[in-house]
Write a protein that binds this ligand. Structure first.
Ligand code: C2E
Ligand code: CA
Ligand code: CA
Ligand code: CA
Length: 279
């Protein structure tokens, strides 16, 4: 069996399962997507929990597939990571964010920082601070307009001194956010040592708020711990007024979720920038 090039016949062994064939096709399509720049960003606002004032926008990547339309990141980020393609994709995302910020600025819009999701794998295999610094200078975007979201597993990665990269990002003036907080295994001392700015509490915990005492106690503990460490707290996945009211009561600093806004294409996100406050 040969993985033949153009004009050659390919013979698939029966053992080559349908799902493997699908996977190989997906990998090839993803490589093409990176080469042909088929990714677009949507933006989801993060707002002050009490006033609704816009604080930041999170850039969330989508694949504009030529046949399938818009494909969400859960379908391809993991694959891109295991293929070693996430570095190139992450670079395109950071570049698009900086380009967009510049375009919004040129349109005279009041800007807020945009946060970029960075995979643990990018920290292990690439120079994230260097990559982001190059995007910033290419488009003339200041570090104060960029934030980086990393998961707890990032902070535990041992392949390379990730802490050095996080320190370098901070030295550039970029805020660091811990994504999906509560689902990983970071310790208090790590949170303190790494000088992280914001805890984004995973939406699984937001969803538990309405179930009564326990869910609220958990959130309350995170808020007080974060404030002791001088970090602010964002609740992810806020979907209704009841959750928002509880979070306001618990002293949560900022919220994000469908109740405030879904992730939006750039043009719609620009209208949020102009509005400034979302409550
Ligand atoms: P995440 O960083 O935790 O992003 C939040 C996800 O939750 C987004 O899904 C968002 O659309 C969704 N969400 C927001 N509010 C609500 C809500 O109220 N309810 C519910 N049920 N969901 C909500 P999305 O856009 O499908 O992204 C999924 C994940 O893909 C992200 O999770 C992030 O881990 C990853 N991702 C997205 N963009 C990038 C990127 O540029 N680079 C990397 N490395 N990963 C990315
Ligand atoms: Ca995120
Ligand atoms: Ca998250
Ligand atoms: Ca701090």
């Amino acid at each position: 069996v040969k993985a033949g090039g153009k004009g050659q016949y390919r013979f698939y062994q029966p053992a080559l399962s349908a799902s493997l064939v699908q996977r190989l096709a997906l990998e090839q399509a993803l490589r093409d997507a990176v080469d042909e720049d088929q990714f677009v960003l949507h933006y989801q606002p993060r707002v002050d929990a009490v006033t609704g004032e816009l604080r930041s926008m999170e850039a969330l990547v989508r694949w504009q597939h030529p046949l399938r339309g818009l494909v969400g990141p859960l379908e391809f980020i993991g694959v891109a990571e295991s293929m070693g393609l996430i570095e190139a994709l992450g670079c395109q995302v950071a570049d698009k964010v900086c380009r967009q910020l510049r375009a919004w600025q040129a349109d005279g819009l009041p800007l807020v920082p945009v946060s970029i999701n960075v995979s643990a794998r990018q920290f292990n295999h690439g120079d994230v601070p260097g990559m982001i610094a190059r995007c910033m200078s290419r488009h003339g975007v200041p570090a104060s307009l960029l934030e980086v979201e990393l998961t707890e597993s990032c902070m535990l990665a041992t392949d390379r001194p990730v802490a050095d990269e996080l320190t370098a990002l901070k030295a550039l003036g970029i805020k660091l956010l811990v994504d999906d907080f509560g689902t990983g295994y970071s310790s208090l001392s790590q949170l303190q040592q790494l000088d992280l700015d914001v805890l984004k509490v995973d939406r699984a915990f937001t969803a538990q708020l309405r179930n009564g005492r326990e869910g609220m106690a958990f959130f309350r503990a995170i808020v007080s711990m974060a404030h002791v460490l001088r970090m602010s707290v964002v609740a992810e996945g806020v979907e209704n007024a009841e959750e928002l009211a509880i979070l306001q009561d618990l002293g949560c600093d900022e919220v994000q979720g469908y109740y405030v806004s879904r992730p939006l294409p750039a043009a719609a996100a620009a209208r949020l920038l102009r509005a400034g406050s979302l409550f």
